[in-house]
Design a protein around this ligand. Structure first.
Ligand code: ATP
Length: 334
């Protein structure tokens, strides 16, 4: 378990300043991003009546805060740079309805030196960053429990955003009405989840979610039950063609998503490999579209070798050599 941080005078001073700043700017909450647990009651007291959100990389860090009044957020992507951790924490807080999209927030965090609370920021989470809220999902009116839908959409968003090992990844997940969905599916080669007990295929399990990210690199779709069990993977989905009004620019994966949701009461969640956009389909239509706010960085080797010369450059070099030779000639004559 992470070693607790003493609630030092410096920490107390930062929290009090955050509270004053929150008063001044009508902030909706104070966000405390921490690498270690602390004396939670003192933290709560230091920010006064302001709503407090505590964010951390793992449940461990939040240990002992179960009875506290404040909301907590566990970041889904560990080891991000601090500014991205702040954004992620705010997005999660919006998704869990602890914060309204666009709300001003004062953040207290280690910005300069790790493990030292040394920074204070006033952040206004732009509407453009506001992600899907649970309310949006409920409004879809899908016959899939919101919890299952939320975990599939969260997973799809992180696949679209992170890709795998620096490469973009696209995939398709068909959720709910799985028995009927399976009648429209054919395995594309081996099904990697086949033969595993149900307890090892639950999306609520972090290891299963990691496994899904790995399998997502392969061709085909996942079929997920309404309860959140991965029923099949690497499936070719082919429902009868229907009159659909989705964009002609979308390819086979997205058409398959639209068609299966017309033929069944399932919800399909497609991640586009080309840009990481997540689209949620219901009854043959796109009902939600979520743009990735950050995609995996692609590092390229620095090119030390100059590129080979073009024919025109070679000609120019020859002319230069001739001129140099001419310049040298008079010297020879002397
Ligand atoms: N009917 C289908 N069922 C399951 N997977 C499919 C289906 N059709 C295509 N795919 C998967 O989608 C991949 C991309 O296909 P395509 O480029 O036509 O789709 P797309 O809709 O343009 O998606 P993207 O935006 O990711 O490129 C295929 O390589 C295949 O793995």
């Amino acid at each position: 378990m992470a070693v607790a941080r003493k609630f030092s005078d410096q920490l107390d001073a930062f929290c009090q300043m955050a509270a004053r700043m929150a008063d001044l700017h009508n902030a909706e909450a104070i966000l405390f991003l921490t690498e270690r647990p602390t004396e939670w009651d003192k933290l709560q007291a230091a920010v006064g009546d302001h709503a407090l959100i505590v964010a951390a990389d793992s449940e461990d860090v939040l240990a002992g805060s179960e009875d506290a009044q404040f909301d907590t957020v566990v970041l889904s992507v560990p080891d991000l740079p601090v500014y991205e951790q702040l954004t992620e924490a705010l997005l999660e807080a919006v998704a869990d309805e602890h914060l309204a999209p666009g709300a001003p927030v004062v953040a207290v965090y280690s910005g300069f030196e790790s493990d030292t609370i040394d920074s204070l920021s006033l952040i206004r989470l732009g509407e453009h960053l506001g992600r899907l809220t649970i309310r949006d999902l409920k409004q879809l009116g899908a016959k899939v429990p919101t919890e299952t839908l939320k975990s599939v959409v969260d997973l799809a968003v992180s696949i679209g955003r992170e890709g795998r090992e620096g490469k973009p990844v696209g995939t398709l997940m068909v959720v709910g009405d799985h028995r009927k969905t399976l009648t429209f599916c054919k395995p594309m080669g081996f099904d990697p989840v086949r033969g595993y007990p149900v307890s090892e295929r639950m999306l609520s399990d972090g290891k299963v979610r990691e496994g899904v990210k790995e399998i997502a690199q392969m061709d085909g779709a996942f079929v997920v039950s309404a309860k959140g069990t991965v029923v099949a993977a690497c499936q070719h989905v082919s429902a009868p063609p229907a009159e659909l009004s989705i964009s002609k620019g979308l390819g086979a994966r997205h058409w398959a998503a639209a068609e299966i949701t017309r033929a069944t009461s399932a919800v399909a969640v497609a991640v586009s490999e080309s840009n990481g956009t997540v689209r949620v389909f219901l009854n043959g239509e796109v009902v939600l579209r979520i743009e990735p706010f950050r995609r995996a960085m692609k590092w390229k080797d620095f090119e030390n070798e100059p590129p080979p010369a073009t024919p025109a450059e070679k000609e120019r070099d020859k002319d230069k050599d001739k001129e140099k030779d001419k310049e040298k000639e008079p010297e020879k004559a002397e």
